[in-house]
Design a binder for this molecule. Structure first.
Ligand code: GAP
Length: 513
């Protein structure tokens, strides 16, 4: 099945099974805003717990905070977001649709890539086992032509972005003959800068009101609390502050479901270190964060680093962890060595001393910062897309199953009475009443057992326990495993020990130490 179709199916699966709904659904939705349903919120909470515990529980020198979404507007001046948090946008005069100029050009680069890919696949079919891909891509004239055009475009685009040259971005769009996907025309406006921050007014009177922003990242809440936490927590460098919270960006091009949203959630950790030691820590955090991702067991080939060639003016190293989504490798997390930029800027704009006194060195300095920043929603999408499978069974049927890591699954155990009578429902509820303190259980009595298994597969429940008439006599149930579909008869009293450890976040955390 084409990856595009897999993605479409995943999106409808998310809605059908209570993971993700479009926001304001009965009003036909709100662009790039989504709600999480009954299963989605459990999965999301588990992802957040895995991240939080891996930071705060496993590191003595990392503590958490929860700062407000509204912050003093000068913070965004100091951080550079008021002046420089922009996307270059362009409008098509015929369709009246707005696009990000950089995205239009990146899509054009991807088209060349796709053309090369098609040539390779055609040749692979033609030559069969004798096909030598490396030789083909370095000698085939059509491939070489596409590659030359792609490289030239990439180079021109990179230069325009680096120079912030909006006229050149438009020239590239015109020269490449890029058309609006809606109107099919090249009737483009100039390219303009568009600030991504949402703003609103705080205060009731016209004179007394103040323009405030909905934070576009959670990081600044950590920087402005650096001294509060350091002093009250008696923290010694190196140490980190972690935070999970909502962020808002008025994205121009909002697409690919929950990949690019206008309201989303971030899990960010700022790690404060001695100046000069930041690149060593950057390396350590890169490794640790990749380990965190890989511990989920989706396969090491699903991840790659994308080191930034062009660095933001305040960074001296930066990389993305990319995940293989149905639409290619995409950024899920950023790891940045942000130097002392943020703390120094806040010192300058607030007029307060934000230095740290290092008792070992007997001197004060502005700490350097390594940031790890991951989007909860992107992480959610990566987990869902890696877990979603349509499987052909031996009996000719197909099943849709979410092969979620057990610790992340919304429901851990479904308990099912074989029939709705003869005391079996009561026995099933008795089991749930005992186990619900340990993990998330669901009672399910509707439809045939086969249908119930399918329903639980579709939401990724790792275990189902069936209560039958024999259960009333021997106090044993049939437990069915999601991935192998194997069934075994086990005593009710052993359910907790069979399931609890495997479904707990601890099982993932143990892989990190
Ligand atoms: N404090 C650094 C920072 O915010 P970023 O690369 O802009 O860096 C970090 O964002 C992460 O936040 C991204 O890797 C992504 O996972 C997530 N993210 C950013 N914009 C997003 C959006 N519009 N929708 C969903 N997630 C987003």
């Amino acid at each position: 099945m084409a990856q595009e179709d897999v993605f479409k199916k995943l999106v409808s699966h998310c809605k059908e099974y209570g993971f993700v709904f479009p926001s304001s659904d009965i009003y036909d939705g709100l662009g790039a805003v989504y709600d999480y349903g009954q299963n989605g919120v459990e999965l999301k909470n588990n992802i957040k717990k895995y991240w939080w515990d891996s930071m705060v529980l496993l590191h003595e020198n990392i503590v958490g905070i929860d700062s407000a979404i509204f912050m003093h507007p000068t913070i965004w001046k100091a951080s550079g977001h008021v002046d420089a948090f922009n996307d270059p946008l362009i409008d098509n005069k015929d369709s009246k649709k707005r696009y990000r100029a950089d995205v239009l050009i990146e899509d054009q680069i991807a088209k060349y890539e796709e053309k090369i890919h098609k040539e390779v696949e055609k040749a692979r079919k033609r030559f069969g086992d004798a096909f030598n891909e490396e030789q083909f891509v370095t000698t085939n004239q059509r491939v070489l032509d596409h590659k030359a055009k792609m490289d030239a475009l990439h180079e021109r685009y990179k230069r325009a972005m680096e120079a912030n040259d909006l006229v050149e971005l438009r020239n590239i769009i015109m020269d490449e003959g890029i058309v609006c996907p809606i109107s099919g025309t090249k009737n483009w406006t100039e390219v303009r800068q568009f600030n991504l921050m949402f703003s609103t007014e705080m205060g009731s009177t016209a004179e007394g009101s103040m323009k405030v922003y909905l934070r576009p990242e959670t990081a600044q809440g950590i920087f402005v609390n650096f001294l509060n936490v350091q002093k009250t927590g008696r923290m010694k460098i190196p140490f980190g502050i972690a935070q999970i919270g909502k962020a808002f960006r008025n994205e121009i091009v909002a697409r690919q479901f929950i990949f690019r949203m206008r309201e989303f959630e971030q899990m960010e950790m700022q790690f404060f270190v001695r100046p000069g030691q930041e690149l060593e820590w950057f390396k350590k955090w890169k490794e640790y964060r990749l380990k965190w991702h890989k511990a989920l067991g989706f396969g090491d080939d699903h991840y790659r680093f994308h080191d930034h060639e062009k660095l933001a003016h305040y960074a001296n190293a930066a990389t993305d962890i990319e995940f293989l989504m149905p639409f290619g490798f995409k950024e899920v997390e950023g790891i940045h060595s942000r130097t002392d930029f943020d703390l120094s800027q806040h010192e300058k704009f607030s007029g307060k001393n934000i230095k740290y006194f290092d008792p070992e060195l007997n001197e004060s300095y502005t700490p350097y910062v390594i940031e790890t920043s991951i989007g909860v929603d992107r992480m959610f999408l990566s987990v869902m897309s890696a877990a979603y499978r349509e499987e052909q069974l031996d009996n000719g049927e197909t099943r849709v199953v979410l092969r979620l890591p057990e610790a992340l699954a919304p429901i851990k155990l479904a308990v099912m009475p074989l029939v709705k009578k003869d005391g079996l429902p009561e026995k099933a509820r008795e089991i749930i009443d005992k186990l619900r303190f340990h993990f998330n259980c669901q009672y399910d009595e509707k439809d045939s057992i086969g249908k119930r298994y399918r329903r639980q597969d579709a939401i990724g429940t790792p275990y189902c326990a069936t209560v039958d008439h024999q259960t009333l006599e021997d106090n044993m149930v049939t437990i069915r495993h999601r991935d192998t579909m194997q069934q075994e008869r086990v005593p009710i009293d052993s359910l907790d020990s069979i399931i609890a450890e495997k479904v707990s976040i601890t099982s993932l955390l143990k892989k990190l130490v």
